[in-house]
Design a protein around this ligand. Structure first.
Ligand code: 4AD
Ligand code: MG
Length: 461
């Protein structure tokens, strides 16, 4: 019977069942009379051990197969309850059906992540990256399942847009103009009306503004798609192309937003515990020994909640060994975030009510005139995982805010319309999907949780 490796682990197969498997050689060792092949076919993180004896006509050649050769194995299942592996396959025939070569770059020894980044096309074949990308896939499904289960409608927002959702100007321009021969207008400026869309366009930094329009029609909505930022950040947590989940809710204030974000994160973890335990266990054993414990805490405990002002006080009172200069008004740096999540709380914590100058124009002004109704979620090891806020729904205030931030009212006319036709309490947040996958896998570099990372100076493949 043609089977997948996964079936061997999940089905209750009897001893001596006839099986046929197709897969890749992960390791091979052979002595004079007997040999062992670890076979994997991608259906499971686990390999299955193939035992071959010199009775096989091609026994000699099999002992020398290069790693990653594609083979077809026919044999008999042998249950081995006392051995390390619960079963093995006693081969009756092994056929090479696709060659590999002896210079296969991923030999059995452990490679550094830096080295593996130079071969984004081969690293999925390692067990670590298998686990990471399996969890990435499970997490994406869990996000959709959780949100759809809570009556959120999935909305696809455009990737090419003419608006700057964050008002920060960190955008990749999209153009078909010939850079060596740009059309100029009378003033000598680039004539954008001659471009493909007859105006200046860029890759989206966030789908928030566009999805807000749908929140004000559907109530609860979310986007989940790629976003792009041309920020020159060389860190382990910034990518130029990353995926973002952006839930947005009408009739919701900042507390509702935090409750929803906490529920979603816990829901995703519960799903991974149920469907990705083998991968989590592998990562816990090989990548981060505190992974499962940290995820359990996150799943079970309420997240902390403090205001930005309280966070600054905590930082000012920090013992010398953790002290990093800080003052009210400063945007929190990675060191500050780590101190609060790892030393003070040792679990995820929301920081709310930031100074308005360091946050985006669309956040709702608090009554103190100094802060906005924002909430960032900081988590141990990573720092900022979620950025969110209550939105400024008051047309007059929003109009002033756009002007204060030096943005053009023309560009945001459609966004102002959303308030002009029905001011509504509204909140939303964005989860960086790669940072979520880092949290779920214990991987420390964002380049190792996205299949083909794009960072400043690097866009291989
Ligand atoms: O805090 P940010 O910039 O918020 C927004 O974009 C809002 N429009 C979200 C919303 O309210 N709908 O980004 C949200 C999250 C961050 O907390 C972080 O996890 C992630 O996106 N993020 C990045 N991840 C990887 N690389 C980058 N360069 C990132 N920039 C932000
Ligand atoms: Mg942010």
């Amino acid at each position: 019977r043609q089977l997948h490796v996964k079936d061997l682990y999940t089905e209750d197969l009897a001893d001596q069942t006839e099986v046929e498997l197709t897969g890749w050689v992960k390791t091979v060792r052979a002595s004079k009379n007997v040999g062992f092949i670890e076979l994997n076919d991608g259906s499971s993180i686990h390999n299955v051990q193939i035992v071959m004896t010199k009775d096989l006509p091609n026994f000699e050649e099999l002992g020398k197969l290069p790693i990653s050769t594609t083979i077809q194995v026919t044999g008999e299942l042998a249950l081995t309850p006392k051995a390390q592996q619960p079963f093995e396959i006693h081969a009756t025939a092994i056929k090479e059906i696709g060659q590999s070569n002896n210079d296969y770059p991923l030999q059995k020894k452990k490679h550094t992540y830096e080295y593996l980044r130079t071969m984004a096309h081969l690293r999925p074949r390692t067990t670590t990256f298998y686990a990471v990308f399996k969890i990435r896939s499970l997490a994406a499904f869990a996000v959709h399942q959780y949100l759809q289960g809570h009556d959120f409608t999935y909305v696809n927002t455009p990737l090419i847009t003419s608006s700057d959702a964050e008002g920060a100007g960190e955008m990749f321009q999209v153009t078909t103009l010939d850079l060596n021969n740009l059309p100029k207008d009378d003033q000598g400026n680039v004539d954008e009306t001659q471009d493909f869309f007859k105006k200046k366009t860029n890759l989206t930094v966030s789908g928030q503004l566009e999805v807000e329009a749908f929140a004000l029609a559907f109530g609860n909505v979310y986007t989940f798609g790629p976003t792009f930022r041309a920020e020159d950040s060389h860190t382990t947590r910034h990518a130029s192309e990353f995926w973002m989940i952006e839930p947005e809710m009408a009739f919701a204030d900042l507390n509702d937003m935090m409750n929803e974000a906490q529920g979603l994160l816990k829901g995703v973890i519960t799903y991974i515990f149920k469907h990705g335990m083998d991968e989590l266990q592998f990562l816990n054993d090989n990548v981060d020994e505190h992974l499962i414990e940290r995820l359990k805490t996150t799943e079970q405990e309420d997240f902390g909640r403090i205001t930005y002002t309280e966070a600054i006080e905590l930082l000012e009172k920090a013992p010398v060994e953790f002290k990093v200069p800080v003052y009210w008004g400063l945007d929190l740096q990675a060191e500050h975030e780590r101190y609060i999540t790892e030393q003070v709380f040792n679990k995820p914590v929301f920081i709310t009510d930031y100074p308005k100058e360091i946050k985006a124009f669309y956040m709702r002004d608090n009554d103190d005139g100094k802060t906005v109704a924002a909430a960032d979620l900081l988590v141990p090891e990573i720092g900022e995982l979620i950025g969110g806020s209550q939105r400024e729904e008051r047309l007059a205030q929003l109009t002033d805010k756009i002007k204060e931030f030096g943005l053009s009212l023309d560009d945001y006319q459609w966004y102002l319309d959303l308030r002009k036709y029905g001011e509504t309490e509204e909140s939303g947040f964005g989860i960086g999907f790669e940072r979520l996958v880092m949290y779920l896998t214990g991987m420390e570099n964002i380049r190792d949780v996205i299949p083909y990372p794009r960072t400043p100076g690097n866009a291989e493949f």
